[in-house]
Write a protein of this length. Sequence first.
Length: 298
Amino acid sequence: MKASVIIPTYNRKAILEKTLKAITDQSVPNEIYEVIVIDDGSTDGTKEMVKKFNHRIRYIYQENKGRAAARNHGIRIARGEIIIFIDSDIVVNHTFVEAHLQKHQKHEKAIVNGLVINTSNFEDPRSEKRKLTDYSRASFATGNSSVRKKYLLKAGLFDEEFNQYGWEDLELGHRLLALGLIKIKANDAIGYHYNPPVSLDHLPHMLKKEWERGKMAVLFFHKNPTLRTRLTTLYAPPFFYLERLINLGGWPDWQMTEKIMEWLKKSGRKNLFKFLAQFKLIHAYFKGMREGQREFQK
């Protein structure tokens, strides 16, 4: 057993099924890697779906505690020397596991990051081409990354104080780099990240996620109070002033804005709808940071 692929999930049954089909159909023998699904309290029939994969998947259910706790659970029970992380909305290519293992064979102390390509194509996520917007400088992004288990344990695992969406992987990445690990790219390890198209039905979920990400950004800064963290998270006074100016009076939250967006969607003006949706998402992120300030500065 060379590797353990850890996948935390919460109510993503439909896309998770595609994730599991891809990760259990790899270019390396089945015997050298395992797949561990940590179900963080799903209520959508995830357990029943995973059962269809029989012995190929180790399924663990836990009460909802967040992604950091779910991944830690997976790390502790993992049998592989190398831990590979993907999210439950990532559909990987056929050489994914092989590409990660090859990099670790060459580099003992490595954080290996693969490519993540964003797509809204549910039927065939792997048909998406790479775009400039898919570029990432993250040192450790758990949508597609791997590290030897011994270094994760030495670094202290994920900080479970990050109990909402966002930043727990970058925070652990700082601690891994402090151990002397280096960042390595695995261009043949590709994950296609499914993001549903922006819609009126899905927008509340997206807003909630951005609010949580903003809140966790403040926690991330308090644990890593550096200029780089400020710039990465936008947690700095100039960004707050700019957001206040752009969203003067909190117009993204107005009922009138909701009605305008409904009209834009019905009339087929998709670009304008997405434009307003982006302002709402930015506003939600900064509201989350303001909540984080109130909570973590006590």
